[in-house]
Design a protein around this ligand. Structure first.
Ligand SMILES: Nc1ncnc2c1ncn2[C@@H]1O[C@H](COP(=O)(O)OP(=O)(O)OP(=O)(O)O)[C@@H](O)[C@H]1O
Ligand SMILES: O=P(O)(O)OC[C@H]1O[C@H](OP(=O)(O)OP(=O)(O)O)[C@H](O)[C@@H]1O
Length: 221
């Protein structure tokens, strides 16, 4: 008997938009998934061959890249930050829209990039930050934070931050202004490449179901 597929989904803010997408693709988690008091991390679904794990956004990519989960949903920010060769991201789900941007305190006019050789940046995205600056001949010294990056400039940790921006409210509330967009972000369906080959009979129809679910969402909009 083949092992059930494990589907990894992030417990953060993508979850709310991901659940209707899963439902459109024919997957519904068991009732316990919605019980806020439950400490369970793995859940059965209406599909006997598919179970769901709920993990942190960055860990979705790690579980799927290592084949511990075969399929998952995660932001393109995470896919690009890790750049795992084992991850295949076949469907843009058109949810979780935001952008990865550079920000700095209001009133500190942005230095001319052409004159800079080194920057210090607080971020959860050191790989993408270094890559962005490297392409401009600037060496980025990254201070890794896991959240609340917006505090870094006022507390003297770094002048700049690289973080996700959506409405811009968090930057505004913390006296910061967006100076450059590094990349637009949306959530992707990700699949482990080896599993995709070895379990293509299970995974190909699932990928197609998500492709249709994402296109259906657009039609409905
Ligand atoms: N402001 C936002 N608007 C839209 N999408 C966002 C926003 N912030 C984050 N996202 C998307 O949601 C994903 C998860 O973000 P979030 O920081 O909420 O996750 P999380 O699970 O709480 O992370 P962790 O627990 O690892 O800190 C991000 O990788 C990004 O793709
Ligand atoms: O532009 P806005 O609409 O204000 O959204 C941006 C905020 O959203 C994300 O944080 P989140 O709320 O997910 O919390 P986190 O800092 O714990 O990651 C991101 O890290 C920003 O702080």
């Amino acid at each position: 008997m083949t092992r059930p597929l494990t589907f990894a989904i992030p417990k953060g803010r993508i979850l709310e938009e991901a659940l209707p997408m899963l439902a459109r693709a024919g997957i519904k988690p068991e009732a316990e998934f919605h019980d806020k008091k439950s400490r369970a991390l793995r859940f059965a679904t209406n599909r006997p061959g598919i179970s769901i794990i709920r993990v942190r956004a960055f860990d979705v990519a790690t579980f799927v890249a290592h084949g511990a989960a075969q399929i998952g949903i995660v932001g393109s920010d995470v896919v690009e930050e890790f750049d795992y060769s084992e991850l295949y991201a076949p469907v843009d789900l058109d949810i979780g829209h935001c952008r990865l941007s550079i920000a700095e305190p209001v009133g500190l006019s942005d230095e001319d990039e052409a004159a800079m050789s080194h920057v210090r940046v607080a971020t959860k995205y050191p790989h993408l930050t270094r890559k962005y600056y490297e392409a401009r001949g600037i060496q980025a010294e990254c201070v890794k934070l896991n959240g609340a990056m917006e505090l870094a400039p006022s507390l003297g940790l770094s002048r700049r931050i690289v973080d996700l921006v959506s409405s811009g409210a968090t930057l505004k509330a913390n006296g910061l202004v967006e100076t450059h967009v590094i990349m637009p972000v949306s959530a992707r369906l990700i699949v482990n490449r080896a599993a995709y080959k070895m379990r293509s009979a299970d995974l190909t129809p699932l990928v197609e179901a998500f492709r249709k679910a994402a296109a259906g969402g657009k039609d409905a909009a």
